[in-house]
Design a protein around this ligand. Structure first.
Ligand SMILES: Cc1ncc(COP(=O)(O)O)c(C=O)c1O
Length: 384
């Protein structure tokens, strides 16, 4: 099997799974319970918060544990919108945000907020000047992702943060779900006020993530109830998932440089082969290393529907994606690729390879051999 769908989800690291199991079995107490078992669990929760904070270079009480990227993004957008509605009702996001940001924007529009969806260039990149042009007196939030999950475009978050430092009434949220473990994630350096992560994208387990919220910022909570996470996110904490995520964060941080270089090597290797493959169009920023993430390559064989190629490759036990996993069952051309100016045919034939540090060069070569066998045959059948 060749698994090239790591932007959809990663295989949890065995050491992380072991920690998950140990905590689930041995520290099953509720961190809110006043007895000894509760205190032990609470201590473990505090340690995990410390590790997560250190991995991001922020303070422990700036971390809110959540159920993953979707919740973190919803909590950021709606939490800011509801909390600061008297300050203004205008929000800026990019046209290529993940659906958990994009759809939250749509929902806020239905609630009376105004959302500006800033356009991107043909590599899927947001120009910082477009953010500045969209700014209004009543703009309370700008949300721009770090790494685009479909094209692999790295957005100029530091430059956007620099611009926003001149607008003290506007908060800055970064969805860094696809960046952590692949590139440095530095909310303080970027001037980000809020930042989302999801553990299953960096070899943690499913159903856990975090939202960084800079000290002093208040959020209207998305989930209310027992007052856990200082009242910012109620619900009994997913302690095994949180401890496992902290472990995965530490591991990802420690091997970041090595992993990044390795995935970069894989990407360059695959790119050099695809570029020379007849009829293949590379989508996104791949020619430009400074704004391409190391792990994602998006390409099309115009004329061949993505699903057809995906299933043909699946028969050879090669797994990749047609677009973001959440939208890939919708069978319509990717909103993100259309926003980057691609026509419906190119967008409708797009494929995404996404690496993890466990992939190897031989897999890329094997993948290319299968492409060389499969694509010309499919092209013949489609022409008949
Ligand atoms: C950029 C981005 N943001 C958010 C999410 C949602 O994360 P989760 O699957 O943890 O809800 C994803 C998942 O694909 C993503 O790629």
């Amino acid at each position: 099997m060749i698994y090239f769908d790591n932007s959809a989800t990663t295989l949890p690291n065995p050491e992380v799974v072991k920690v998950y199991g140990e905590v689930a079995q041995q520290y099953f107490g509720n961190p809110s319970s006043l007895h000894k078992l509760g205190s032990k669990a609470a201590r473990l929760l505090a340690q995990s918060r410390q590790v997560a904070a250190e991995s991001l270079g922020v303070l422990p009480d700036e971390i809110i544990f959540t159920s993953g990227g979707t919740e973190s993004n919803n909590a950021a957008l709606k939490g800011v919108a509801w909390q600061y509605r008297n300050r203004g009702k205008h929000i800026i996001i990019s046209q290529v945000e993940h659906s958990s940001v994009y759809e939250a924007g749509k929902q806020l529009e239905e609630m009376g907020y105004t959302v500006t969806y800033v356009p991107v260039d043909d590599e899927g990149r947001v120009a910082p000047s477009t953010i500045e042009q969209a700014m209004r007196d009543d703009t309370i939030l700008v949300s721009v992702m770090y790494v685009n999950n479909e094209l692999g475009t790295v957005q100029p978050v530091k430059e956007i943060g620099d611009i926003l430092s001149r607008y003290p009434k506007t908060l800055f949220h970064v969805d860094a779900v696809q960046g952590f473990g692949k590139l440095p994630v530095e909310p303080s350096r970027w001037g980000a006020d809020l930042l989302s992560l999801s553990a299953h994208k960096f070899h943690g387990v499913r159903g856990v993530g975090l939202l960084y919220v800079r000290k002093g910022i208040r959020l209207s909570p998305l989930i209310i109830g027992g007052g856990q996470e200082e009242g910012r996110r109620s619900g009994t904490e997913n302690l095994p998932g949180i401890v496992a995520m902290a472990k995965a964060m530490r591991m990802a941080k420690e091997s970041l440089q090595r992993n990044r270089e390795h995935m970069e090597t894989l990407r360059h290797h695959l790119l050099s082969k695809l570029e020379n493959f007849p009829g293949c169009r590379i989508n996104g920023p791949q020619k430009n290393d400074s704004c391409a993430a190391p792990h994602i390559i998006n390409f099309s064989f115009p004329g061949l529907k993505s699903e057809v190629v995906l299933h043909a490759l699946e028969e050879k036990e090669i797994y990749l994606s047609t677009q973001s996993a959440c939208s890939s069952r919708q069978f319509k051309p990717s909103r993100v690729l259309l926003a980057a100016g691609m026509d419906a045919e190119r967008a409708g034939s797009s494929l995404r390879v996404s690496f993890s540090a466990s992939n190897i060069l031989e897999e890329v070569d094997r993948f290319m051999r299968v492409i060389e066998e499969t694509i010309p045959n499919l092209a013949k059948i489609m022409r008949v």
